[in-house]
Design a protein around this ligand. Structure first.
Ligand code: URA
Length: 246
């Protein structure tokens, strides 16, 4: 049960300003479960019937939306940029519902970025105490050795502590560059770039190819689509609590 002050709830539902809602309550125009309401009354909109001028307020939650964007490399992950730069929100043209990004990708990183209006699931997917796999492909400088790959798998020292065990696979090797696929379940700031720095192979180009198994296959750079129900199911199941938090 979530209790909220009646005038705050009415204002959040777009009935009017907080002041206007207080006036409506004072004038006896608002009822809770059929009784005339009072200013400051705590209500549980999920279980109580709230009406204004005899008309019930819709209490259903807005439909939950889940979207995957193939983020281009030149946009920043923020809901609103104060410097007028292009943001990931500008890529979601055509989507009418309000959503927010789940976690973030650096400006120069492209690939899978998820959005939702489901605060609970977004919290779990972005929080480090839940283990959610994120897979990256990185073009790095130099030819990476099997020893360096092993160190990435076991954990490397970073300024904020050792990185957690990861999966690391060499995909391509050239004279002065290597393409490595790295799967991590943490999500510290610039973590992948810092992990490669720590083994002496700075990243030239980074792409996230999966977030909790969700991919952007078939989407061109800057395109988005809604997740299927099966994908949302996969997302929910991907949230696993770290053993020390269980
Ligand atoms: N690791 C990084 O270094 N950058 C990102 O955007 C994501 C993971």
């Amino acid at each position: 049960m979530t209790l909220i002050r009646l005038q705050k709830y009415l204002a959040e539902q777009g009935i009017g300003s907080r002041r206007a809602c207080e006036r409506l309550i004072q004038e006896g125009e608002v009822s809770v479960d059929g009784e005339v309401a009072e200013i400051g009354q705590q209500v549980d909109p999920a279980s109580q019937k709230i009406a204004v001028k005899g008309e019930a307020i819709r209490t259903e939650e807005p439909e939950k939306i889940y979207v995957v964007l193939n983020k281009p490399a030149n946009v920043i992950t923020t809901a609103k940029d104060t410097h007028g730069r292009r943001t990931v929100m500008d890529c979601l043209r055509g989507l009418e519902e309000r959503v927010f990004p789940i976690g973030r990708l650096d400006q120069d990183v492209d690939g899978v970025l998820l959005f939702t209006n489901d605060g609970e699931l977004a919290y779990q997917l972005a929080h480090p105490k839940f283990l959610v796999n994120k897979t990256y492909q990185a073009w790095i400088k130099g030819e990476i050795s099997s020893d360096a790959l092993k160190r990435l798998r076991e954990g490397v020292p970073l300024s904020d502590g050792m990185s957690a065990p990861a999966q690391a696979k060499l995909l391509k090797s050239r004279k002065n560059a290597s393409l490595v696929e790295l799967t991590i379940y943490e999500g510290r700031k610039h973590e992948v770039k810092r992990m490669f720095d720590a083994v002496g192979h700075p990243v030239d180009k980074l792409r996230r190819i999966a977030f909790a198994e969700i991919k952007a296959t078939g989407l061109r750079s800057g395109e988005w689509r809604r997740l299927t129900e099966a994908e949302v199911d996969v997302l929910r199941k991907s949230v696993v609590l770290q053993p020390e938090n269980i």
